[in-house]
Ligand binder design. Sequence first.
Ligand code: 5GP
Length: 120
Amino acid sequence: PTQRYDPDNIFAKILRGEIPCTKVYEDDWALAFEDINPQAAVHTLVIPKGAYVSWDDFSARASDAEIGGFVRAVGEVARAKGLVEPGYRLLANVGEHGGQEVAHLHVHIFGGQPLGPMIA
Ligand code: 5GP
């Protein structure tokens, strides 16, 4: 991988319960919680429980069970928040050019309002 996983990243601390979060969903594969600085009416983050830096790292190293569990969890969170009928947006920033700030894979779920063509 281009970047070694840092077990002291902020989302690792959230996973270990060392930092609080507003939890919205949890299963064997994933944890979802509200973004601390929401960029839309709904802005939820979904992270895998495994130690993966980014979408790149996850897609390269994770087992099919982890990938399946995580993808299913993202869909479950969106359904649980009632986002399916009005629609929503998924985003995963990867690396420097992607603007990734926290080096533990996270998928952003945006919704609860019309989002326009793009959220930067
Ligand atoms: P990135 O730019 O890495 O894709 O997104 C990181 C996201 O994590 C940002 O939307 C930011 O607001 C959110 N974030 C950063 N630190 C914390 C935190 O301690 N708690 C929560 N809930 N969200 C955080």
